[in-house]
Design a protein around this ligand. Structure first.
Ligand code: HEM
Ligand SMILES: N#Cc1ccc(COc2ccc(/C=C/c3ccc(C(F)(F)[C@](O)(Cn4cnnn4)c4ccc(F)cc4F)nc3)cc2)cc1
Length: 471
C-alpha cells in the first residue's frame, strides 16, 4: 500500500470504472467518496485516472495549479476544438488563450452592458408575445422548450450582433442545433469518430464559421459607417497578438462560436433553475416584483443597467441558484508532472487528471447551513464574493479565489470572463419575467431533479411551471 497514492475508489470493471456512478449523479458520487476517503481520492472514468480534490483546499489546488504542472487544454481540447474550431481556446498554448481572453474582455464593458439591457428586454417580450405557450391570461409552460431559445436570442442580439440574431430566424438555428448536439460528454470517448452526429457537427462548425467570416468581410468593406459597435465581432476583428500577428477572420469566427456555446449552456441552465426555484416560492416572486417597484417606481420604468445593482434580492436569487446548480460541475486538468497535495503525503502522478468540483463545497453544511435549501436571504450582508487577493494572468485583475467554498465562475488563470455579461443577461431576463407574470406550479409539479448526462447540470424535461399574466 503506497502511502503517496491517494485511495482508489472501488470498482468492478477496468476502463469503465466509476463512469456511470459519476456521470449520472456526480454529487452523490463525490459526497459518498468524500465520506469514505476524505477530500482526495482517485476514480476511473473511461480509462482515465481522475483524482478528485474536494473542499476549499481542493478548489485552490485545481484552480491555481502551476502552468508547468497542469494542462486544461489537454483535458478539454478533444471536447471543445471539434465544436469551436481550430486556433482558439484549448487548441492553442495557454499564453495565447490568455491573450484571447484579454481580447474578449475588451468587448465586455459597462458601456456595452448599458446598451444590452434594452435589447435583452425586447427579445424576452417579443418571444413571449410570439410564443404559443403564453396565449390568454394564465396557463402552464414547459421551460425546457422555451428557455433555450430565450437565452440564445438574447445572447445573439447582444454579444453576437444583429446579423446573427436575424440569421437565427433562418438556417442558423438548425446549424446551431447540429453544432450544439455535437457538444456532449461522449466526445470524451470518440471525438473524431465519423458518427453521423459528428459529421453534422463538423458541417455546422464550418458553415457557421463561414457565416461569421462573411460578416467580418462585409463590415470591413462598409468601413467607418454609423454601424452599431457594441457587439463582440467589432471588438475582435482588429486585434493583434503581442508577437505582432493579427487575429485572422477565421479565428474571430471560432472565438465567436466558443462564446456562443459558453453563454448558451450556462445561461440556459441557470435561467431555467432560477425560474423553477422562484416558482416553488411564490412569496419570492412577490418580493422580487415589489423590489422592481421600489427600484424602478410603481409604474415600472424601463430596466436600466445602472439600476440593476440596486436589485439586491434579484442578484441574491442568481447567486443562490449558482450555489446549488453550478453549470460546470467538474473542472478538469491533465497532470503534466507529479504534484504533491499540500498538507498530505499524496503525490499525484503525471498522466492522471485532477478534478475540481466547487459545487461540493458550495453544498457542504460546513460552509452553508441547510445547504440544499434555496434561500437567497442567506446572502444578505455578504459583499461581492470577490474579496480575496487579486492577481493578473494577462486578461485583467481577478480574484485568486484561494480556499473559497463558492466558486461558480472558477478562479485563477482559467477563471470565467463572462461573469458580468452572464449576470446582466440573467438579471434582465428574470426582472422582465417577474414584471410580466406571477409564477407557480401546476398541481403535482415541483422543482425537477438535475439531469447530468448532458454537458452541464440541466433540470429534467419538461420543467413545467404555471403563470398568470400581470395586468
Ligand atoms: C452563469 C454563467 C457562467 C458560469 C457559471 C461560468 C463558469 C465558468 C467556469 C467555472 C470557468 C472555469 C473553467 C475551468 O477552470 O476549467 C469558466 C471559464 C470561462 N468562461 Fe464561463 N461561465 C459562465 C458564462 C460564460 C459566458 C457568458 C461566457 C462568454 C461570454 C463565458 C466564457 C468563458 C471563458 C472564455 C472561460 C475561460 C476558459 C479558460 O480560461 O480555460 N462564460 N466559466
Ligand atoms: N460516457 C460518458 C459520460 C462521461 C462523463 C459524463 C459527465 O462528465 C463530465 C465531465 C466533465 C465535464 C466538463 C464540463 C465542461 C468543461 C469545459 C467546458 C468549456 F470548455 F466548454 C467551457 O469552460 C464552458 N463554459 C465556461 N463558461 N461558460 N461555458 C468554455 C470555456 C471557454 C470558452 F471559450 C467556451 C466554453 F464553453 N464546458 C464544459 C462535463 C461532463 C457523462 C457521461
Amino acid at each position: 500500500k503506497d502511502p503517496t497514492k491517494p485511495p482508489m475508489v472501488f470498482h468492478y470493471f477496468p476502463f469503465f470504472g466509476s463512469t456511470i456512478r459519476y456521470g449520472m449523479e456526480p454529487y452523490v458520487f463525490f459526497q459518498d467518496c468524500q465520506k469514505k476517503h476524505g477530500d482526495v481520492f482517485t476514480y476511473i472514468m473511461l480509462g482515465r485516472k481522475m483524482t478528485a480534490c474536494l473542499g476549499p483546499k481542493g478548489n485552490d489546488f485545481v484552480f491555481n495549479g502551476k502552468l508547468s504542472d497542469v494542462s486544461a487544454e489537454e483535458a478539454y481540447s478533444h471536447l471543445t476544438t471539434p465544436v469551436f474550431g481550430e486556433g482558439v481556446v484549448y487548441d492553442v498554448p495557454n499564453n495565447i488563450l490568455m491573450e484571447q481572453k484579454k481580447f474578449m474582455k475588451f468587448g465586455l464593458t459597462v458601456e456595452t452592458f448599458k446598451a444590452y439591457v434594452p435589447l435583452i428586454v425586447e427579445q424576452v417580450e417579443d418571444l413571449v408575445k410570439r410564443s404559443k405557450y403564453f396565449k390568454g391570461p394564465r396557463g402552464t409552460a414547459p421551460l425546457s422548450n422555451i428557455i433555450p431559445e430565450l437565452t440564445l436570442f438574447t445572447a445573439a442580439r447582444t454579444l453576437q450582433g444583429k446579423e446573427i440574431r436575424d440569421a437565427l430566424d433562418g438556417s442558423f438555428a438548425g446549424l446551431f442545433h447540429d453544432l450544439d448536439s455535437g457538444f456532449t460528454p461522449t466526445n470524451f470517448l470518440f471525438p473524431w469518430f465519423p458518427f453521423p452526429a459528428n459529421k453534422r457537427r463538423d458541417h455546422a462548425q464550418r458553415t457557421m464559421a463561414k457565416f461569421y467570416m462573411n460578416i467580418v468581410k462585409k463590415r470591413r468593406a462598409a468601413a467607418a459607417d454609423g454601424a452599431e459597435h457594441s457587439d463582440m465581432i467589432w471588438n475582435l476583428m482588429d486585434r493583434t497578438y503581442k508577437d505582432g500577428r493579427k487575429v485572422s477572420d477565421r479565428h474571430v469566427a471560432h472565438m465567436m462560436i466558443a462564446l456562443l456555446m459558453a453563454g448558451q449552456h450556462t445561461s440556459m441552465a441557470t435561467t431555467t433553475w432560477i425560474l423553477l426555484h422562484i416558482a416553488d416560492q411564490p412569496e419570492l416572486v412577490k418580493e422580487l416584483f415589489a423590489e422592481q417597484q421600489r427600484v424602478f417606481g410603481k409604474d415600472l420604468a424601463p430596466l436600466a443597467y445602472e439600476k440593476l445593482a440596486e436589485c439586491t434580492l434579484l442578484n441574491h436569487v442568481i447567486r443562490e441558484t449558482l450555489r446549488i446548480h453550478p453549470p460546470l460541475h467538474s473542472i478538469m486538468r491533465k497532470v503534466k508532472s507529479p504534484m504533491h497535495v499540500t498538507d498530505t503525503n499524496f503525490v499525484i502522478p503525471a498522466g492522471h487528471y485532477i478534478l475540481g468540483a466547487p459545487g461540493v463545497s458550495a453544498m457542504d453544511e460546513k460552509y452553508f447551513k441547510n445547504p440544499l435549501a434555496f434561500d437567497p436571504f442567506r446572502w444578505v450582508g455578504q459583499g461581492a464574493e470577490d474579496e480575496g487577493e487579486k492577481i493578473d494572468f494577462g486578461f485583467g485583475m481577478i480574484s485568486k479565489g484561494t480556499a473559497s467554498p463558492y466558486l461558480p465562475f472558477g478562479a485563477g488563470r482559467h477563471r470565467c470572463i463572462g461573469e458580468q455579461f452572464a449576470n446582466v443577461q440573467l438579471a434582465t431576463i428574470l426582472a422582465t419575467w417577474v414584471r410580466m407574470f406571477e409564477l407557480g406550479y401546476p398541481e403535482g409539479c415541483g422543482v425537477p431533479k438535475p439531469d447530468y448526462t448532458s454537458m452541464i447540470a440541466l433540470p429534467a424535461q419538461p420543467s413545467m411551471i404555471s403563470w398568470i399574466k400581470r395586468d
